[in-house]
Ligand binder design. Structure first.
Ligand code: HOZ
Length: 433
């Protein structure tokens, strides 16, 4: 399967399996979608990862999104060190939290007030409770293959590792909880219209990834986004954008800036914490003021607004604001996309490639003609065995891609022109092999 040996990773995984379920603290990193054993890492710097056995890889995961500036960016490291010198957690408010809140509100078009939590999952869970508390309704609408963390009510037809590992509806989620979640196909305008016509008065929120990263990358159509906004407004439901992956990545203002659609609530994670555990949810002031203690919707957390995470997030956002990398990321993304497209064509491998900025997926397809991937019904037709083969061949060439067909790749501002060219060359060689 892969030619490179990694005895220290192998031993570390064997030990971890004895101590941690499946040997990992999150299933997305278990390599279940590509077979073989996960690689254990010892070091990360800039655009590179070094594994326990000393092999170096160009990193196209970036911790699944947060590391847009590359690993150990000097401005972020300095901010964490400064925060460290004054204490790691107070369980009390700090001025730094307001500074980060101000940055988030200035960046994200729809956010007027924001609450900090510790992960994207917490942000989604809290947004759901808030939407229900605000509207007094129970039902949620979500899309198959969209992933909003491991929140019970949203772990229905879920993407990411839930889809990769075959548990889109996890055991442990009660039938009652699942019954309050309506699952639709992404980009299906008619399905959306039918659902709101029939059940609009019971729907608290429509949750969506405005650009999906969790079934591989899938773009929304203009009509679909417009329908989502129009129907939620018409029926008094809240539109919630999950921008955990896309926030501060597709643009400083996230996907909503690029797409020109303003949701009622937005969930954030990953980049907002600059590589430390921090999530956030925010949106309309009148909705956010329902959160306790301003309002009555309960949500709390000992480490919410943790000083180290706030410092890392603040430094990351300030760097993105002061030195926007988005034009360079787009240029590199376009080159990567074209290079992968040419390599697949030369190898006679049918693919569907979807990309927005620095997020991209090459779906391996089975037929001779490319089939547009518009939602889970088409994403799930991918030739995952071919993807796995490609993944391992890229590993052997020092390129660390997502370990599942159903995850988007991310690259950083630290990736150079030469890195992108080396990746394109590795893809051409891997596809031809
Ligand atoms: N949200 C990440 C990408 N789908 C996965 C992170 C994880 O589950 O470890």
């Amino acid at each position: 399967m892969n030619g490179t040996t990694r005895p220290r990773s192998h031993a570390a995984f064997a030990r971890a399996k004895e101590l941690i379920p499946g040997g990992v603290n999150s299933p997305a990193r278990a390599f279940g979608g590509v077979g073989g054993e996960p690689i254990f890492f010892a070091d990360a710097l800039g655009q590179r990862l070094t594994d326990l056995d000393g092999h170096v890889y160009l990193d196209y995961i970036g911790s699944w999104g947060p590391m847009i500036l590359g690993h150990r960016h000097p401005r972020v490291v300095a901010a964490i060190e400064r925060a460290l010198a004054t204490g790691t957690s107070y369980g009390a408010p700090t001025e730094a939290e307001s500074r980060l809140a101000e940055l988030i509100i200035a960046a994200v078009p729809s956010i007027e007030k924001v609450r900090m939590v510790s992960s994207g999952t917490e942000a989604a869970m809290s947004a759901v409770r808030l939407a229900r508390g605000f509207t007094g309704r129970d039902k949620l609408v979500k899309f198959a293959g969209n992933y909003h963390g491991h929140v019970d009510s949203l772990l229905v037809a879920a993407g990411s590792s839930a889809a990769t590992l075959g548990v889109p509806n996890s055991p442990g989620i009660t039938a009652g909880t699942a019954a309050d979640t309506i699952v639709l196909e992404y980009n299906d305008v008619e399905g959306l219209e039918r659902t709101f016509k029939a059940q609009g008065r019971t729907i608290a929120a429509l949750l969506m990834e405005p650009v999906v990263g969790n079934m591989g990358l899938v773009r929304p159509t203009r009509e679909f986004l417009a329908a989502a906004r129009k129907l939620t407004l018409a029926h008094g439901a809240l539109l919630v954008f999950d921008e955990v992956m896309t926030g501060f990545r597709l643009a400083y203002g996230g996907a909503q800036e690029v797409l020109g659609v303003t949701p009622d609530l937005t969930t954030l994670g990953k980049i907002v914490g600059g590589g430390l555990p921090l999530g956030a949810y925010g949106g309309r002031r009148d909705v956010m003021d329902h959160v306790l203690p301003a309002g009555k919707v309960f949500q709390a957390g000992t480490l919410s607004g943790n000083p180290l995470a706030v410092a890392a997030g603040t430094a990351t956002l300030e760097e993105l604001r002061d030195n926007p990398p988005y034009a360079r990321l787009e240029r590199h993304g376009a080159r990567l996309e074209q290079g992968f497209r040419d390599a697949a064509a030369a190898a006679g491998q049918p693919v569907w490639i979807a990309r927005v900025g620095s997020m991209m997926t090459m779906f391996f397809q089975r037929g001779p003609d490319a089939v547009p991937v518009t939602g889970w019904n088409t994403a799930c037709l991918s030739d995952t065995a071919r993807y796995a083969d490609f993944f391992w061949k890229m590993i052997d060439r020092g390129v660390y891609l997502p370990c599942s067909q159903y995850e988007a790749l991310f690259f950083s501002d630290a990736h150079t022109d030469a890195d992108i060219e080396a990746t394109v060359a590795a893809a051409a060689a891997s596809l031809a092999a």
